[in-house]
Design a protein around this ligand. Sequence first.
Ligand code: APR
Length: 318
Amino acid sequence: MPKRSKVSIIGAGHVGGATAHWLAAKDIADIVLLDIPQSGDMPRGKALDLMQSGPIEGFSTRVNGTNDYADTAGSDIVVITAGIPRKPGMSRDDLLTTNAMIVEQVSKSVVEYSPDTFLIVVSNPLDAMVYAAWKASGLPTHKVMGQAGVLDTARFRTFISMELGVSMQDISTVLLGGHGDAMIPLPRYTTVGGIPVTQLIEPTRLEEIVQRARDGGAEIVKLLQSGSAFEAPASATVQMVEAILLDKKRLLPCAVYCDKEYDVGGYFVGVPAVLGADGVEKIVEVDLTPDEREAFAASVTGVKELVDLISAPATAVV
Ligand code: APR
């Protein structure tokens, strides 16, 4: 008999808690929710509360809250949401140093107990954090990825839906680049029920919507006043988890390792990728206009700069 899959979520804060919630409701894996010892019994409290919605919602997911990595042993997928979130006025890049230290420590602890796991990173600044997790974990590139594009495209799809009064479900799109201000939504590859969006929204208005999608995270940070978005980031993460666990071969925009692909040269950036039982099974290269190629190159440069900052050896103190 096949056993139930196991997904561990490291960081039981807003995004971690919401990821557990959306995932529990799918009833496709048991969940371990882990946070630091300083958080005390908080992960146990969240886990118990969530499990008690099972009888009402009709799922059988077991949720275990813990501070002990031994409980994550044998995870099929580990989601990393540990780290600090943005405050109003901060960019994702402002979180770099603190979150890099956290993500590296977490990744090392994870593979000690789950050496064959897939790793999905959600902590920001996303593309640099995936790189840090990959290096620290020693996992092969096809097993390490970051969640950003599913969220960014969901934001773009939502705004188009609001503009046209058409269901969000009927809007399909693709996006490239890092999870920052330089992300590149592609209206050219966006359809509404199969109809190119460029036939339905005039260019100036479409550009405004593209910009709102780029600023989608900051808009929520400002509205919430403390912390950053968590429901949609968590839901996006669960879509990736489901694609792998159920071998769905979903074509999703994810931060994955690109070397020759798109001439990236060995960094994690957002591109369309097929996710299935082997993790990142394929990267799809779409045709880009010279402008789009230039924007993508600039976005990749931004990611490289952040990675260089966290990879630089510490300056010797004399
Ligand atoms: N190991 C495990 N958990 C940790 C560690 C660590 N080393 N360091 C911090 N945490 C935990 C915190 O204790 C906290 O419970 O990570 C959790 C983060 O939760 P929140 O502060 O609520 O932040 P959240 O909104 O969930 O965002 C987490 O996801 O989307 C990104 O930008 C966001 O980087 C941020 C991350």
